[in-house]
Ligand binder design. Structure first.
Ligand code: ADP
Length: 413
């Protein structure tokens, strides 16, 4: 039964193949430890006896394969145990992937067969895609593989701030509290939280990311055999569906896991039926997945950006800096509202290149926008004596004067 608001230390006994589903409260601390047995959080085993401190609002499940006793201290939004989970079907998928990784590893390194499974997880929002991706990665890492995690969910990415497509190797089971490790992420800034802001630009970034990974894999047999797990966004209709097909093609996905949607699954099966090396597998959505409405999702984005600047436990200190307008060159990438014909030189046509750089003049319109630093060398000059204040993750000069802006905003509370 669901309990909420309890603040006492309490023990929860979990039978085999059951899970304790928890939503940490927004304003008071929660810690938890494993007293007896074995248990995992989204694929990562939790160490016995050690208190784990959970950040506010975290929603997670402690699952046990063989039985466990958990001790909880602190208040929760909700916590309850569930005996029906899709975990057996998920671990079975892992077992199949593991077999394919072994086969890839045993193959000569120059042939196609040395490529491990490229898994793509698709489904509507709040079907548990990120969670399943995470479990598959952690189970693989536990067995010594180094799978690559690719996150195409620009709305709620789990590698870095929203508005980016990113990838990172996973070498250890993902820490249930800290999340995805950030030592070596490869990040492309899109700058919008939905691809519809500039679909072609989004595709260009996805392609760029795929090609860079392809190059890395060609020189690294271990990553190649370990394969990848690709998380996608929940937009699965119309253009969203086309973007899924684009991602499947671009990354040469070999396993498509469809969560909680019959229709999407049969559509994909049908469109991919002539590709014998692509498996489309339907999986059940977990009853524990917490649905978030648009407002909650937007708030979550804000917390995520805050976390980028301040650290998950407020342990980083970003710096506020003042520079001259003339010290920065800000660009928008294609798309967005096109310049009206009247604003262009006579005879000029509005350009349709989705990756065209459009200089943006500095004004109050930039307030609360999140910008990315570009490593490109090219620039232009906008001479002015004005100054701009910006927040950067670290002190000192920005690594480049060239910045990219989209529509991603963040208002510090
Ligand atoms: P999607 O990626 O499809 O949008 P997520 O995997 O992010 O969905 O899941 C949505 C939310 O539900 C997340 O906060 C996640 O931590 C939570 N969640 C997923 N599975 C469970 C579970 N079994 N018990 C409790 N919370 C869960």
């Amino acid at each position: 039964a669901a309990t909420g608001g309890s603040t006492t230390v309490r023990q929860v006994k979990l039978e085999k193949e059951c899970e304790l589903r928890v939503e940490a409260s927004a304003d008071s601390p929660l810690r938890l430890r494993l007293l007896t047995g074995t248990a995992e959080i989204f694929g990562t085993e939790i160490p016995p006896g050690i208190w784990l401190n959970f950040p506010p609002r975290l929603k997670f499940a402690v699952f046990t394969w063989y039985g466990a006793t958990i001790e909880m201290d602190g208040s929760t939004e909700t916590d309850y145990t569930a005996d029906e989970t899709p975990m057996i079907s998920y671990i079975n998928v892992h077992a199949v992937l593991d077999g394919r990784r072994n086969r890839a590893k045993a193959s000569p390194s120059d042939s196609d067969t040395s490529q491990g499974p490229r898994v793509i997880v698709v489904g509507p929002t709040d079907s548990g895609k990120s969670t399943l991706s995470r479990m598959l990665l952690s189970w693989a890492a536990k067995q010594g593989w180094k799978p690559t995690f690719v996150d195409l969910d620009i709305g709620q990415g789990s590698i870095t701030i929203p508005g980016c497509v990113a990838a990172t190797p996973i070498e250890l089971p993902i820490d249930p509290v800290e999340g995805i490790p950030l030592e070596m992420p490869m990040v492309y800034f899109f700058g919008h939280v939905t691809p519809s802001a500039n679909i072609d630009h989004y595709k260009v970034l996805v392609k760029e990311l795929a090609q860079t990974l392809e190059t890395q894999f060609s020189g690294n047999a271990e990553s190649r055999a370990s394969g990848m797990v690709i998380n996608t966004m929940g937009w699965i209709e119309g253009v969203g569906y086309e973007l899924l097909l684009h991602a499947i093609d671009t990354f040469n996905a070999t396993v498509i896991l469809v969560l909680g949607q019959e229709k999407l699954c049969s559509m994909l099966k049908d469109v991919l039926k002539n590709r014998p090396n692509v498996d489309v597998v339907k999986l059940q959505k977990s009853g524990g997945v917490v649905s978030r409405n648009a407002k909650v999702r937007q708030k979550a984005r804000g917390y995520r950006i805050r976390e980028y600047f301040y650290g998950p436990s407020n342990d980083l200190s970003p710096h506020s800096n003042v520079v001259n307008f003339s010290d920065l060159f800000i660009y928008r990438i294609g798309g967005g509202p096109q310049a009206p014909r009247s604003a262009l030189p006579i005879g000029a046509e509005p350009s349709a290149d989705p990756t065209r750089l459009v200089p943006v003049s500095i004004s109050r319109d930039l307030l609360h926008l999140v910008l990315a630093v570009s490593y490109a060398k090219e620039q232009d000059q906008i001479i002015s004596r004005k100054k701009i204040t910006y927040l950067a993750p670290c002190a000192g000069e920005l690594p480049s004067k060239n910045l990219i802006v989209g529509t991603l905003t963040w208002i510090e509370n």
